[in-house]
Design a protein around this ligand. Sequence first.
Ligand SMILES: [Zn+2]
Length: 447
Amino acid sequence: MSTNTASVMVPPTVEQLVILREGVELGEFETSFADSPLWVSARGKHFQVRGVAREVVLCLRDGCRTVSEIRDAIAKTDPDRVPVDQVTETVNRLVNSSIVQYGSESSSSPPKGSGWKLRSAGYFATYVPILSQERLRPITTKLAVLFDPYWMVRLLPVLLIVQIVFWLNSGPRLIGSIASLNQSRFLLFLLCNYAGLFLHELGHAAACTRCGVKHGPIGFGIYLVFPAFYADVSDAWRLPNRKRMIIDAGGVYVTLILAWIALMVYLTTGSAVAEILTAVYGLTAFFSLNPFLRMDGYWLVSDALGIPNLMTANREVTEWGLSKLFRHNGREPQIWCLPERVRRMYFIYYSLFLVFLCYGTCVFYIWYLPRLLHSYPQLLLTFNSAYQTSGLSLATITAGFRIALGTVPAVGMLIYTGRFLYRTMESTGRAMWKAVRGPIAGLSVGG
Ligand SMILES: [Zn+2]
């Protein structure tokens, strides 16, 4: 369970009443692990609750109980599996996470549905909703018919192959020619591109409706450093893995349909904008399918394997590998408890992840960064002279857009690799320090 609040802890007495907070929602979470965690939504935050914490929350599902009652109930179910003396401490941690509260019987009203937070909100630096759930619902209800799993499974590979063939033939050339579009065509391209990104998110939301769960608003935010639309599809956590995969694929499905429409427009009218849009929509689809960034491809792999947080699994395995390398006994990764078949598939994914990380880092530092730094003075000069001669004109915006086009992936890549390396090094270092000095007093893990 993850906790990130820092309120003052009051030690409970064993006769103190404990209740679930109002608005807290619970559900079983389908994973490949034998002891799947409980999924808990509290005050717009999502938690995976395991072990003693899971037992405590389940105890409180039907109403309030005292700490000693909870302890007795847990002891009755399976005294060997759950260390009863951890209950008091666990209750305190649940209070700090705003999942439960100390209170009286009268305040133990039944949980109300509220506040779904987007599945990926934690990875957005900032975000603002644009269209509310109520406004979107009539549209997503109509669009839901498009997300028939039977057709999605058959159409997606065909659309993807069409795009790959198109991209290999002319993709890179077309992306390079965006800046050469005249002003009105450039504006039309920008408009269609952003409309496509919005429709991608609408695809996720409509897939939610198709699968029988609600969706939240669609909005705009900053992911790492990339400006991006998002759809709140956190209700998808209620669904079994296979249905979640329909929602994961909903966005790419729409983007590939748009790419196909743009291709048809280009083939019938010869429009340069339609040709470039085909390439850009295709690029969006490929980028979204990257399974090593928390995007659609990542969630597809995560749901297919039944591993809710692949990035944590990657970090745990890397830390474990590093601790072995330095002859220390690191904490065993959680994925060790997975069934053999899933573990094997996960290791194929992990190997590809390492290749992606190494290849991406090499290409970035050896090829991309030197070229970017070399072209930077010229880009800035162009921007400056455009601003001096015409103020805030389309030429200035185009020059600014070219600077952003170069800078945004660079900053994104730096944050991505930096964060992964920092977290891995930090916890490996902490584990080694602990191995040398013994456990740090007062620090409790697990429960
Ligand atoms: Zn998407």
